[in-house]
Design a binder for this molecule. Structure first.
Ligand SMILES: CC(=O)SCCNC(=O)CCNC(=O)[C@H](O)C(C)(C)COP(=O)(O)OP(=O)(O)OC[C@H]1O[C@@H](n2cnc3c(N)ncnc32)[C@H](O)[C@@H]1OP(=O)(O)O
Length: 210
């Protein structure tokens, strides 16, 4: 009989629920401990929430199930345990030539196509499309239904809003926010907030590079 692998979830939130579903969808894998810094959170889907990250708890690999890119990076900077390799829902399609780094999650019905590369702790959310040769840096979040076409590069910490589209070959900077439904047809600089079709920059947001 094959050994069952347990994976901790760090983040007892809505995003954590979807990550829990992914873990439960993978053969021979089940939930480990549910971790969260918020001591008011006591219970998560019938599991006790643990606030003290003792050595025992950290015996299992962990996935950071925090939807906010900035908070996820801050938690990662202080976390002392080991991370799960990437987790893909069993309905996701991931090319054998794609490279996906530790801690990243591929949600139900998402597609990651040939030679795409995804950094650490990134989120490829429900039914989004990462086309061939796309490069996503660390801590990126591609929201549900977004389409990143071929050869696009997306910098660290960027959020691509639900249903947005980025045309081929575009370079998106770090910590950019792309609004829901935006269509991006030009390169976007670091920290920009972009909305509409065609995408226009409405402001810049401060971001930490730490
Ligand atoms: C599983 C999950 O749930 S994953 C979560 C996925 N989340 C998303 O997709 C959210 C994406 N976020 C958005 O689209 C947001 O509206 C943002 C981030 C682009 C802008 O938010 P804010 O900074 O709060 O901007 P604010 O709401 O003040 O809007 C500023 C202007 O942009 C416009 N605007 C905001 N969002 C959009 C949009 N998506 N498309 C077109 N115009 C928009 C507003 O109408 C407003 O225009 P005005 O100045 O003419 O009145």
């Amino acid at each position: 009989m094959e050994r069952i692998k347990r994976i901790n979830i760090y983040g007892a939130s809505g995003h954590g629920k979807v990550v829990a579903d992914i873990i439960n969808s993978i053969d021979n894998t089940t939930l480990g401990y549910i971790l969260d810094d918020n001591e008011n959170l006591k219970e998560f889907e019938g599991h006790q929430v643990i606030h003290n990250l003792s050595r025992d708890v950290l015996n299992y690999d962990t996935v950071l199930a925090i939807g906010n890119n900035t908070i996820r990076k801050k938690v990662a900077n202080n976390f002392k345990g080991t991370y799960a390799s990437f987790l893909g829902h069993n309905s996701a399609v991931v090319s054998s030539s794609a490279i996906i780094s530790e801690g990243s999650v591929i949600m139900p019905n998402a597609t990651v196509n040939a030679a795409a590369s995804i950094g650490k702790h990134s989120i490829v959310n429900t039914a989004s499309v990462i086309e061939h040769d796309v490069v996503l840096d660390d801590f990126v979040h591609v929201s549900p239904g977004a389409v990143i076409t071929g050869n696009v590069r997306v910098g660290e910490g960027t959020q691509v809003g639900a249903g947005a589209t980025i045309i081929p070959g575009i370079e998106i900077g770090k910590w950019v926010t792309i609004g829901a439904g935006a269509v991006i047809i030009e390169n976007i600089p670091d920290g920009a907030v972009v909305v509409g079709n065609p995408g226009r920059i409405i402001k810049f947001k401060e971001f930490e590079n730490a």
